[in-house]
Design a protein around this ligand. Structure first.
Ligand SMILES: *[C@@H]1O[C@H](CO)[C@@H](O)[C@H](O)[C@H]1NC(C)=O
Ligand SMILES: *[C@@H]1O[C@H](CO)[C@@H](O)[C@H](O)[C@H]1NC(C)=O
Ligand SMILES: [Zn+2]
Length: 453
């Protein structure tokens, strides 16, 4: 072979080393050396090749390796899709029952959730949006907004309890009718179980103390029916608390919570019913945060510092939220309603993201969630037109530096932590001997009082 021939002159060119007795020895050593070098070269070659193949494989399967350890891909849209697979959205406030009531008179045979609806919500779009659950808001309007006068003491509109029962009924009928998709959830464990079954966990929330008929007994029975939050007020004051109004504040009645409002919070804590502070006045929120023994929520509220309207939460109230000793664990679930998000024509994905970022900058990322208000709002931000669009918002937060833990908190885990906290607080209060509250709203005249016996 050419290489051996070429070596001959090299050997013969070293006559000084070639004493007779040494020649054979050197030749043998050189041969041995050459073999060792060849073996080494082959081994190194193989190791290097294997290394290169391994690197190539890692690069080629990087995505899958990343997936196995939970890392998100670099592309924000891919990252959002991936994140939502393991942490789907649980929305704090969707008005599908109100849509059923106002459009179809609660006739569940008159529409099909497997087909596109006129609203923001149907099953195909929920699946597209990777929704894992939501609170079905069971809502009926404040008397004043239904053209009725409830009187100074809120005594007349007991039909609101009937209407709330009808909304609970229609929500449950729909959950049952589409049981391949929906599953009623009463606890955090139920939510997790629904997720395991690839079902959309369906929770119930009552949107206003005016729906309680001024009665703690009604609250208890709503709990029995599966309701897991009550918003202390809607856009009107009620027997329990003052409302924060809408774009502007309204004239208040109590200066925050009424005497029975404090009892309502205690009873909600004891039951494990989440106190929802969306729609409340700032004083109601402050007093409720000071009084509650359990974590609370804002089921659908944005930040006033980002867009200055009454309905949004001010920074000094956000500052009361946290996990340290002197704060209250809570989740503020950001509302998508354009008029709460930005000036006219400016509401889009980035504007909603600004609310999320701002709230997180004050409370920490573990206290923010999503409460779209879909089917309860007339218009939507550009890019968040319906329940299929959540991934766009997750992609936006990802491109702003939110990691997979932050994002999983935002989509669902912050809410689940708060729910679990409320369940724990209820168990502790009961273990400590808390009994059902017997308090009666003092303006009621239809029940005898102790002192009257
Ligand atoms: C409910 O809707 C269905 C389908 O539109 C209709 O056939 C039925 O008459 C409705 N029921 C009532 C009581 O209106
Ligand atoms: C409320 O109901 C009472 C008794 O039914 C009635 O006398 C009163 O006028 C009502 N008040 C209002 C503001 O509608
Ligand atoms: Zn609302």
């Amino acid at each position: 072979m050419a290489s051996i021939d070429e070596r001959e002159p090299l050997l013969s060119a070293q006559p000084n080393l070639a004493r007779d007795t040494d020649v054979g020895e050197h030749a043998a050593k050189d041969a041995h050396h050459r073999r060792a070098t060849t073996v080494r070269a082959v081994v190194y070659g193989v190791v290097t090749a294997a290394f290169i193949v391994a690197i190539a494989c890692m690069l080629f399967f990087w995505d899958k390796i990343g997936h196995a350890v939970g890392a998100l891909p670099g592309n924000p849209d891919d990252a959002a899709r991936r994140l939502l697979q393991s942490a789907p959205v649980i929305d704090g406030h969707i008005d599908l029952p109100e849509f059923a009531r106002t459009v179809y008179g609660n006739n569940i045979s008159a529409f099909d959730l497997n087909q596109p609806t006129l609203g923001h919500v149907d099953i195909p779009r929920l699946k597209q949006g990777q929704v894992g659950g939501f609170f079905w808001s069971v809502y009926t309007a404040c008397p004043a907004h239904a053209g009725l006068d409830d009187g100074e003491d809120f005594l007349n509109s007991t039909w609101r309890v009937r209407d709330t029962l009808e909304q609970i009924d229609v929500a449950k009928l729909l959950i049952e009718r589409y049981s391949d998709t929906f599953q009623l959830a009463l606890t955090t464990d139920d939510v997790k179980y629904a997720a395991k079954q690839a079902k959309i966990a369906s929770l119930l929330g009552v949107e206003g103390g005016h729906q309680l008929g001024n009665s703690l007994a009604v609250l208890r029975q709503y709990y029995e029916l599966g309701v897991r939050y009550v918003t202390l007020t809607h856009m009107c004051n009620n027997a329990f608390a003052d409302s924060g109004g809408y774009l502007e504040p309204i004239k208040t009645k109590w200066g925050g919570l009424s005497p029975i409002g404090y009892k309502l919070i205690e009873e909600m804590n004891r039951l494990g019913m989440l106190v929802d502070l969306s729609h409340t006045s700032d004083d109601t929120a402050r007093q409720a945060l000071k009084h509650t023994k359990a974590p609370v929520i804002w089921s659908h509220s944005s930040a006033r510092a980002v867009h200055p309207i009454a309905r949004n939460v001010p920074d000094d109230v956000l500052e009361m939220v946290g996990t340290s000793e002197d704060k209250v664990d809570a989740v503020i679930m950001v509302n998508f309603a354009p008029q709460f998000v930005a000036p006219p024509g400016k509401a889009d994905v980035k504007a909603v993201a600004d609310h999320i970022d701002h709230i997180a900058s004050i409370t920490g990322k573990q206290h923010v969630g999503l409460g779209s208000d879909y089917d309860g709002i007339d218009s939507t931000p550009v890019g968040l037109e319906d329940v299929s669009k959540y991934p766009a918002l997750i992609a936006e937060m990802y491109s702003r530096g939110w990691n997979r833990f932050d994002l999983a908190g935002l989509t669902s885990r912050n809410l689940l932590r708060v729910m679990a906290g409320a369940e724990r607080a209820a168990a502790e209060l009961r273990a400590a001997g808390a009994t059902p509250a017997m308090d009666v709203y003092d303006k009621r005249t239809d029940l005898p009082r102790r002192q009257e016996f």
